[in-house]
Design a protein around this ligand. Structure first.
Ligand code: TRP
Length: 434
């Protein structure tokens, strides 16, 4: 079976080298594997939770879309779209909101961290916390469940959100699935083999540490300047250096093949100067990033082209999402109001499946009734009545009261029939009266 892989990218910043190595490059590589169907989207609704600067939101969506395309994402092969172009996401968000326990959202890391920070600042616990932040995991569950994704590649900080999506899916399946699995239970995928790239100062490369190397921004010049600022030890040219303790080497290795790595490490041990080493790193990354940067510039110069690609992606995504959402609406009871008129054929079929009571008089002059199954098999036989009316009264009672009337009734269950069969037959008869 093809595996659906889905991931979202929050559109708040400008991608840097760490985003490329840690997320973009592995995701594109994974999308080229056979047997996977990939969904990548710009989580621009999630971006609104973190950022209320419209210009920045607009800019970041464009930059991130252009980055993924320039890095080699093939929109023909994968489904690449904007979250905000899929109205089914917000509809599902509501259906899920109605089955999500508030207590579970209280335990979400991002919300708890915000409450804790307020506590430390002696603020009201909920100061500055929007319902968007509070319900962030539900929207994320909607993103994932709408496409029945099996695998969700994310950073470690997002694992709790995937677990919450599983929980919500399970609850929804239980409430509305009628024994069927409406939603696939998604699995978080944390790539441990992909190194998190260190930044200029050696800490994880992150915008919040202000230690990033730009991916495309500022061109080759900015790349060179950033790499020149990477902190190294103070060993001079000619002195042996330890490649394992230098984050410049980690950055180098993220772009080098095995042979280039070995050579670089050996040269450093043999005394290669940091200045020269940095030049080699610049050349290596530039060889990799340069051609992508050109494609990026072309794309950024023609945003309408990106818009068209994303619109086509939205159509592809909605072709999956819309029919599924229709099923989900039906499952929760949001259905068209049509009278359910059984056709003649179904009425006849239903009738022929119903057991029947028969009243009759034997040669002994007494009156009797019996219950037979739809196929004619005898289920229950009455004793003899002097009056036909008496037999008729019992039949009427059975048809209205069902198995309740069995207690003390002048009847015997037929040989080889168990009483549960009789009770079921009576229940069917009662239902058929209604
Ligand atoms: N919250 C994710 C992040 O910040 C982005 C995201 C939104 C996402 N919806 C998603 C990731 C669905 C995976 C699946 O990284």
């Amino acid at each position: 079976m093809t595996q659906r892989v889905l991931t979202g990218i929050t559109t708040t910043g400008t991608p840097h080298l760490g985003n490329y190595v840690g997320a973009i490059r592995p995701a594109i590589a994974a999308s080229r594997e056979s047997g996977v169907e990939s969904f990548f989207f710009l989580a621009d609704y999630h971006a609104l939770i973190k950022c209320d600067d419209p210009a920045r939101i607009a800019r970041s969506r464009l930059e991130i879309a252009a980055t993924w395309l320039a890095a080699g994402l093939d929109p023909e092969r994968v489904t690449f779209y904007r979250q905000s172009d899929i109205p089914e996401t917000t509809e599902l968000n509501w259906l899920l909101t109605c089955v999500t326990a508030k207590g579970q959202m209280n335990r979400a890391h991002a919300y708890k961290a915000a409450v804790d920070a307020n506590g430390e600042a002696s603020e009201d616990p909920d100061a500055g916390i929007t319902m968007g932040l509070y319900c962030y995991p539900i929207l994320m569950a909607a993103d994932i469940l709408l496409f029945n994704a099996h695998r969700v590649p994310v950073g470690r900080d997002q694992v709790q959100h995937i677990e919450m999506a599983r929980d919500v899916a399970q609850r929804f399946n239980h409430l509305y699935g009628q024994g069927q699995e409406l939603f696939v239970l998604p699995q978080a995928e944390v790539e441990d083999s992909v190194a998190t790239l260190p930044g200029l100062d050696g800490r994880k490369m992150s915008k919040s540490y202000d230690n990033t190397v730009p991916l495309f921004d500022g061109g080759a010049k900015a790349l060179k300047e950033a790499i020149a600022r990477i902190v190294t030890d103070s060993r001079l040219p000619g002195e042996p250096k330890d490649p394992d303790s230098a984050h410049l080497v980690t950055i180098h290795d993220a772009f080098a093949d095995e042979a280039a790595r070995t050579a670089f490490h050996a040269d450093l041990r043999a005394g290669l100067g940091w200045g020269e080493a940095k030049q080699r790193v610049v050349q290596l990354i530039e060889a990799h990033v340069g051609p992508m940067r050109e494609r990026y510039a072309q794309l950024m110069a023609r945003p309408e082209q990106i818009e068209d690609i994303l619109q086509a992606g939205a159509r592809k995504a909605r072709a999956v999402a819309a029919p599924f959402l229709a099923d989900l609406r039906h499952a929760v009871g949001l259905r068209p109001m049509v009278a359910v008129v059984p056709s003649k054929a179904t009425k006849a079929a239903a009738k022929s499946e119903v057991p029947v009571f028969k009243q009759y008089r034997e040669a002994d002059g007494h009156f009797y009734f019996k219950l037979t199954a739809a196929d004619g098999a005898l289920l229950m036989q009455s004793r003899a009545f002097i009056e036909g009316r008496e037999a008729g009264a019992w039949v009427k009672r059975f048809k209205t009261e069902g198995a309740v009337a069995l207690d003390g009734a002048p009847v015997e269950v037929a040989a080889g029939v168990d009483s549960q069969q009789v009770e079921a037959a009576l229940a069917m008869l009662v239902a058929a009266q209604e």
